[in-house]
Design a protein around this ligand. Structure first.
Ligand code: R5P
Length: 262
């Protein structure tokens, strides 16, 4: 592997543990000021020291994130859709150039793919185009397997999406947890990180995290289950104990409960 590519991946996936806790804060790119991210800077600042990597858009990165941070950035570079057109959510384009990602010192770029959607081919072309550019600079590409509202998030579908993303050159894939998650991991030759999905009780989200790690995920790229938690910093610390320290759900939940009263 090219030195730059390997070094950037090592900034995201901790070489000592082989795992990563990424904090996803990119939801506003199509959801606007969604709950928990109304003022992104206020949400991000206390969580930033506990994230191995932050996943924002360039607008939020430039305006709302301390440039002195030591936390790695994984920059979302696809968009063009919005909640005002839920029938067209898969209609994404590339919004941010590789040159701007480099300018922002991103360690990787993230692109959504919508396999099985009306714009499947366009979003797979987006991924391919970004890989073709990013590879020249040793910049890893994270493919995000977005799901249409009518698509079933089972292991068959997610295996299809993840494998196609890897075949087109993604260096990492972000996908959802499902029954048979280990089949998704087995069929995907690049590291997988789990998206957290909609907000659920903290202990359930920690169970989801453990299941994903035991199923072979290299970590999480979690958003709502951290920043919408009643105690976001306690929650990211608890997630870290599972991802990096092999904690059980009960041990991690104890961390959450003790940290939330501090
Ligand atoms: C999609 O909107 C984004 O890529 C999010 O980053 C992704 O859904 C992960 O966030 P969450 O854990 O909230 O599902």
């Amino acid at each position: 592997m090219d030195w730059g590519m390997e070094n950037r991946l090592a900034q995201i996936i901790n070489p000592k543990t082989g795992h990563t806790v990424m904090l996803a804060v990119d939801h506003g790119y199509f959801q606007g000021p969604t709950s928990g991210l109304e003022e992104p800077g206020k949400t991000i600042a206390p969580l930033l020291p506990y994230a191995d990597a932050l996943m924002p858009t360039r607008g939020v990165l430039r305006e709302c994130v301390d440039p002195h941070t030591q936390t790695t950035m994984v920059l979302r570079v696809s968009g063009g859709n919005s909640m005002a057109r839920v029938d067209e959510l898969s209609d994404e384009v590339i919004t941010t150039t590789i040159e701007d990602a480099i300018c922002l010192n991103a360690a990787a770029v993230a692109v959504s793919v919508y396999v099985g959607s009306p714009h499947q081919k366009q979003t797979l072309q987006n991924l391919s185009d970004v890989v073709n550019q990013a590879i020249k600079y040793g910049m890893p590409v994270l493919a995000v397997t977005a799901v249409g509202k009518d698509l079933v998030r089972d292991d068959r579908y997610l295996s299809l999406s993840c494998r196609i993303a890897a075949e087109l050159g993604a260096n990492m894939v972000k996908t959802y947890y499902c029954e048979g998650f280990e089949n998704v991991v087995r069929g995907c030759p690049v590291p997988i990180v789990m998206a957290g999905g909609k907000k659920i009780p903290e202990k359930d989200a920690l169970t989801l995290t453990l299941n994903a790690i035991q199923g072979g995920a290299k970590g999480v790229d979690m958003g709502r289950n951290i920043f919408r938690s009643e105690a976001p910093v306690a929650m990211i610390k608890a997630v870290r104990t599972i991802v990096h320290d092999k904690a059980s759900v009960d041990e991690a939940f104890d961390v959450f409960n003790s940290e939330k009263v501090k």
